[in-house]
Write a protein that binds this ligand. Structure first.
Ligand SMILES: [Zn+2]
Length: 433
């Protein structure tokens, strides 16, 4: 048993008053309280630092890295599969070094999510808790399949296409048989992907996809931006709305009733506006402002909002210090980014990357993303108060003092650390470049 004593605790919902202890037995948090576990055991006095759930990002492409969006190439085909996997391994390390102990995939080539999950479970590499996603499922000639038809590919990259409810059903079953736990569908255009029409899949195909995934215990996430397609996704039982740029009160009411997750992923739109490419990609400042206005409304209504975005490093040559580069600290910037929106508090935004995300990351009865008895012991120690200063979470080199992944102390920069050098870890050290 390990006891983290003398800790300020953000439990995934609120900051507890005063100082408390957290007791971890194996990979489970067994007790939280003022005097919990003070009777011996392995006590680590964190000296008033904040203990909180490990952070979770809920829209991640582990293999997107320095992709040239203007090349006309297909994501997932820019490098050989083994190199793409190496990028995924690097992403896992960057996540842990950033205090992120979990991610829900949003699409990858070569079943990289599921294979990373396997490698982590077998202790081959260190990495976060993963809810694996697979290919982008779409249809023949759709917005991911329309260009360069004369280039036939031996591997599909990230995009898979099929037509008709039967073919889609088989694709979903094949994805799940390879370890996928979230089916990603490109339901509609938008959010920086323009198309002549919004619809990217027929209603009967989408219905088949959702039903088949649910029959096999998988969740469904949909890339969708315009209201009509959002309503169709909600009607058919899609679990996660990715982007959802035109979400309004009607959508919000339906999402609350169904318990639908929403990943606004607004940093991508911000980046397009910042580099002056928004119009070219079908994004307007008004649309960006609309999402910012809807977020507090959705939060108040009870929508389960999540953090996560299209990290890829594609803006690294256009934006100084690209916020969507897979670099240590960047994932944590979203906390401050959303906390600055009128009507949202830092504590609310912090739930998006902890307790809300935990509900997607693992299936009940398991719980994660909270500091509570019975929860999986993914937690971090932060020097400072992330509610008073959400930017702390984007400065892990300064503020992140420890990371417990499944009960194991994988990063230890605590004053009590027995590590040989101040900042060295079993994971090596990330150098920004
Ligand atoms: Zn994405």
């Amino acid at each position: 048993m390990v006891v983290l004593a003398n800790a300020r605790i953000f439990d995934g919902h609120t900051m507890r008053p005063g100082m408390s202890s957290v007791v971890v037995d194996g990979n489970i948090i067994t007790a939280v309280g003022e005097t919990a576990g003070r009777d011996g055991n392995d006590v680590i006095d964190v000296g008033g630092m904040t203990v909180m759930p490990g952070l979770i990002t809920s829209h991640l492409h582990p293999d997107f890295y320095k992709f040239d969006i203007f090349s006309g190439e297909k994501p997932g085909k820019e490098l050989p599969p083994g190199v793409m996997m190496a990028i995924g391994v690097r992403t896992c390390r960057v996540l842990l070094e950033s205090g992120f102990t979990g991610y829900a995939g949003a699409g990858c080539a070569h079943d990289i999510d599921a294979q990373l999950k396997m490698a982590i479970a077998q202790d081959i590499i260190p990495g976060p808790r993963i809810r694996a996603c697979g290919h982008h499922i779409g249809t023949t000639g759709d917005m991911n399949n329309r260009s360069r038809w004369w280039k036939r590919y031996e591997t599909p990259g990230i995009d898979l296409c099929g037509d008709g409810p039967d073919a889609i059903r088989m694709m979903v079953r094949q994805e799940i048989s390879r370890g996928v736990e979230i089916i990603k569908v490109f339901a509609g255009a938008g959010h920086g992907i323009p198309n002549a029409t919004s619809r990217n899949i027929s209603r009967d195909e989408l219905s088949s996809l959702v039903r088949t995934a649910h029959e096999r215990g998988a969740k469904v996430r949909a890339h969708v931006a315009d209201k009509e397609m959002i309503l169709e996704c909600l009607d058919l039982g899609v679990d996660i709305i990715d982007h959802g740029d035109e979400i309004d009160q009607e959508c919000i009411d339906l999402m609350v009733a169904a318990g639908t997750f929403w990943v606004p992923s607004l940093v991508y739109l911000w980046s397009l506006l910042e580099i002056g490419y928004a119009a070219k990609f079908g994004v307007t400042p008004a649309l960006y402002d609309h999402v910012r206005e809807m977020l507090p409304v959705a939060q108040q209504a009870g929508v389960r909002i999540l953090l996560g975005d299209d990290y890829s490093g594609v803006f690294r040559t256009m934006i100084e210090d690209d916020p969507l580069d897979h670099q240590v600290g960047n994932y944590g910037r979203e906390f401050a980014f959303y906390s600055e929106i009128d009507g949202l508090s830092p504590a609310e935004v912090l739930t998006w990357g902890t307790s809300n995300a935990g509900q997607l990351l693992v299936d009940a009865p398991a719980t994660v993303g909270v500091i509570a008895p019975g929860a999986l012991a993914d937690l971090i120690v932060v020097d400072g108060d992330p509610l008073a200063d959400p930017t702390l979470l984007s400065r892990p080199d300064e503020a992140l003092k420890a990371v417990f992944r499944d009960g194991v102390l994988v990063i230890d920069y605590l004053p009590t650390s027995k590590a040989p050098t101040e900042r060295s870890t079993a994971l090596g050290r990330e150098v920004r470049r």
